[in-house]
Ligand binder design. Structure first.
Ligand code: ZN
Length: 291
């Protein structure tokens, strides 16, 4: 699958390839005049919340990304591009639950029963919010941002598949080039940063489709592209019994995707029964990993 133990070096390589001033840790170093050759005191940086890595405050600019990736041709299109996190590390002892909030004309609903269920059962979840959904549910988005049970992540600005060549998925036309990939990620990145006070660490594209170059751009922006290994609700189209069956297939190491924007669907009722069965058999739920 797409879990690569060398992901960190991949990210560092991608960042280095951009050769951007201020994009590495060095921009956080303090500077002291007249102390050339002397060791500088270690910079005092705010501690991230427990278990959360620091996402770089400064991402490469749109011009940087366009310049670096303009000549690249994608070789892969689909759900598991290289560098996309689709499973947890093999040592992980639990299941990660992720929920997409896609937004748009037929997708701005809020599955409050689902959110209540997760809170009552103390199940941590990564919530991937699209910009359109945030705009339509601002007070709820703020409420979710304040709940330590949930981590808010990026589900795109206009919910487009992430392509550098205009590929489409499920009839939705993807981004057309590296600049549009940047816009799809970074406009909503800014929106989420306003909501939570820190940059989101994870990105899942609309339809979860990416090409390999787009996935590399996401990494270069300091964000981890996330897929899934268990499709829990079929885009909120499954009846409750099917959701129960599919989610219950998950075991330690799986990343489950469900949706939180279709309250009339079978997701929350099906998930309730799945959670009961999984807890009975001793499964635990984990946040997404650090890198
Ligand atoms: Zn979506």
């Amino acid at each position: 699958m797409a879990w690569h133990p060398n992901r960190r070096s991949f990210l560092l390589t991608a960042a280095a390839a951009l050769a951007l001033p201020g994009s590495g840790p060095e921009h956080l170093q303090t500077r002291a005049a007249g102390t050339a050759g002397q060791a500088l005191p270690a910079p005092v940086l705010p501690e991230p919340p427990a278990g959360r890595p620091v996402t770089p405050v400064t991402a490469p600019s749109r011009a940087d990304v366009t310049k670096t990736f303009a000549g690249r041709t994608a070789k892969y299109w689909g759900l598991e591009a290289p560098g996309v996190l689709t499973r947890l590390p093999s040592a992980a002892g639990g299941v990660a639950l992720t929920a997409d909030f896609c937004g748009g004309p037929s997708g701005n609903g809020a599955d409050l029963a689902l959110l209540t269920l997760l809170r009552q059962q103390h199940v941590p979840a990564t919530l991937f919010l699209n910009s359109r959904w945030i705009a339509a549910n601002l007070s709820l988005a703020k409420d979710l941002a304040a709940d330590p049970l949930f981590e808010l992540a990026n589900h795109g600005t206009t919910h487009r598949p992430l392509s550098v060549a205009g590929k489409s998925a499920y009839g939705i036309t993807g981004t057309a080039n590296a600049g549009e990939v940047y816009d799809e990620v970074m406009a909503n990145d800014g929106r989420l940063t306003e909501l939570t006070g820190q940059r989101p660490r994870y990105f899942r594209s609309g339809t979860a489709h990416l090409d390999d170059v787009a996935a590399e751009i996401v990494r270069a922006l300091g964000v981890i592209p996330v897929g899934f290994s268990v499709n829990g609700d079929g885009g909120a189209t499954f009846p409750a019994a099917t959701v129960t069956h599919e989610v219950s297939r998950a075991h330690a190491g799986d990343i489950v995707i469900i949706h939180g924007n279709h309250p009339a669907g079978g997701t929350s009722a099906g998930l309730a029964r799945a959670l009961a069965a999984m807890k009975d058999r001793g499964d635990t739920f984990l946040p997404l990993p650090r890198n």
